[in-house]
Design a protein around this ligand. Structure first.
Ligand SMILES: NC(=O)c1ccc[n+]([C@@H]2O[C@H](COP(=O)([O-])OP(=O)(O)OC[C@H]3O[C@@H](n4cnc5c(N)ncnc54)[C@H](OP(=O)(O)O)[C@@H]3O)[C@@H](O)[C@H]2O)c1
Length: 230
């Protein structure tokens, strides 16, 4: 599949790009600048020579991608999404965006009126600005460094969205990340829980070291996690 990543020049976008390219997907590396997209695609090829990394500005990437991933800071949602909305109509659009701020005691989840559009979540705001896209929240809790190194993630990916078929498409795609499984966690209204939980993970990493992510125990009929390498 051809996957467009807006902010594919950043840490998380590059991590997802490497893993999905290694699983055989074509990656459109989106950026606000063609020059930065070109540079990122060149360095992604250095890191994973077999990958097909196609550099484009975000607007062109939105047209080219069969599926898209929004991997930009939360402050950029309102500036970025409206110009992409038409091209995203009917497509599955994954939001990895977390709204976080940092206080003396650690990371804090931004909530309520401070969120773009007044909340209730970043993914909800993206859905509002691209109303005909099928927005799904996923990958918010995965570590960028672990993805870039294609480590065994040993993680569960919470997948929420309005469209069941879109959630299923993202759960299927998640099989292409090493040591991960996607779990259907219901409607997009729960996105704030997933986005906010990243603040906990950052604080746990700081306190105890490592690259934490979420893992759910006790499920009887959930699929196994994917193989650790692709
Ligand atoms: N880093 C992680 O481990 C991690 C894990 C899970 C989820 N996330 C979430 O994933 C998203 C991306 O994280 P990241 O660490 O990759 O972020 P990042 O490196 O700070 O930014 C990613 C890219 O977004 C673009 N960008 C920056 N400011 C922008 C703005 N105002 N408007 C539009 N685009 C802008 C930049 O690309 P161009 O300049 O090339 O356009 C940048 O390379 C964030 O929302 C974060 O919360 C991160």
């Amino acid at each position: 599949m051809k996957i467009a990543i807006f902010g594919g020049t950043g840490d998380l976008g590059r991590g997802l790009a490497i893993c999905f390219a290694a699983a055989g997907h074509d990656i459109v590396v989106g950026s606000r600048s063609q020059e930065r997209a070109d540079q990122a695609a060149a360095s992604l090829r250095e890191g994973y020579a077999e990958g097909n990394f196609i550099p484009m500005e975000n607007a062109e990437a939105a047209q080219a991608g069969e599926m898209a991933i929004v991997s930009i800071p939360w402050e950029g949602i309102d500036q970025t999404i409206p110009a992409l909305a038409d091209a995203l109509a009917g497509k599955v659009v994954v939001s990895v965006v977390n709204a976080l701020k940092f206080g003396k005691a650690g990371a804090i989840a931004v909530q309520g009126a401070e969120l773009p559009g007044g909340g209730p979540s970043c993914a909800h705001r993206i859905q509002e600005l691209a109303p005909e896209a099928k927005v799904v929240v996923a990958y918010n809790n995965l570590p960028a460094a672990g993805l870039q190194a294609r480590h065994n993630l040993n993680a569960d990916v919470m997948v929420c969205g309005k469209s069941k078929s879109a959630r299923e498409a993202v759960i299927e795609l998640t099989k292409d990340l090493p040591g991960a499984r996607g779990l259907d966690a219901g409607p997009l209204a729960n996105a704030i829980v997933i986005e906010g939980s990243t603040a906990l993970i950052i604080n746990l990493n700081k306190r105890y070291g490592g690259e934490a992510s979420l893992a759910v125990t006790g499920l009887e009929n959930a699929p196994e996690r994917s193989a650790a390498t692709h």
